[in-house]
Ligand binder design. Structure first.
Ligand SMILES: C[S@@+](CC[C@H](N)C(=O)[O-])C[C@H]1O[C@@H](n2cnc3c(N)ncnc32)[C@H](O)[C@@H]1O
Length: 234
């Protein structure tokens, strides 16, 4: 019997629906999920957010991270329309996770991606907490307030090398969970912004990171960093 079943039998009120454990039991050391089963959720997610800016493989990786880590909080840097925040919410709901979703945006009219009135339009009315400020600063405070929680940190702010390097240092404050970085496609010789990819390459050797997965079959690209847990938990 899985841990989830044991907890359910012990604490759930009579008549409550049994939870579904979407992960593999016992959980493998590195990220591994039942991709066939997770694929079954994709059409529902696509019907809500479409496939742009997140193509199918990226939506799968986002779901896999939720299934495997079962985060208690998601910290989403770079709100804009709120598609990523909505995706975290939809996965958390379908996986029966008790998970706070926080999203942060600079909301600076001088910034080329200033969202203006479209800020967070994809999660209006849903339980997603919007913060205005610098992603790294706000995330630092949120992480310090959740020092024993499993957290999924999502990095999709301004995509400059220096900014992403600074955001990746947040791995040192994470108890357990993972980091996902967006726009990490790398194509030598192209004029694409390679800042996020190069930041990962340079930062990882000195970070408590055990596993790196790059989705790089085309733009925009997404990368998963599985930090070494502080106390043996993933
Ligand atoms: C690519 S968009 C994010 C897309 C969003 N994740 C989605 O799925 O809809 C980047 C956003 O990051 C914001 N941003 C830029 N620099 C930031 C920073 N230092 N901290 C927080 N947000 C930032 C921009 O205002 C912009 O809205």
């Amino acid at each position: 019997m899985s841990m989830l079943d044991r907890l359910f039998r012990r604490f759930a009120p009579a008549g409550a629906a049994a939870p579904v454990d979407w992960g593999l039991t016992p959980r493998p050391q590195l990220l591994e999920v039942d991709k066939w089963r997770l694929s079954g959720l994709l059409s529902e997610i696509v019907s809500i957010v479409g496939v742009s800016p997140y193509p199918l493989d990226e939506l799968m990786l986002m779901g896999a991270a939720m299934v495997y880590h079962r985060p208690q909080a998601v910290i989403d840097i770079g709100t804009h329309f709120g598609k990523s925040a909505r995706i975290w919410h939809e996965y958390a709901r379908r996986l029966s996770l008790v998970c706070e979703i926080h999203t942060i945006d600079l909301c600076d009219p001088e910034h080329p991606e200033f969202p203006g009135g479209t800020l967070g339009e994809y999660f209006k009315g849903l339980p997603v907490t919007q913060h205005i400020g610098d992603g790294c600063e706000v995330a630092m405070t949120l992480l310090d307030q959740r020092s024993d929680a499993a957290v999924l940190l999502y990095v999709d702010g301004d995509h400059r090398y220096e900014t992403v390097r600074r955001e990746l240092e947040l791995a040192g404050r994470m108890h357990s969970g993972c980091i996902i970085v967006h726009d990490t496609f790398y194509q030598p010789g192209s004029t694409y912004n390679h800042g996020p990819y190069l930041a990962i390459q340079d930062a990882v050797p000195s970070l408590p990171v055990e596993q790196v997965i790059h989705l790089q079959t085309g733009l925009p690209g997404m990368s998963y960093l599985g930090p070494k847990p502080r106390d043996g938990r993933a």
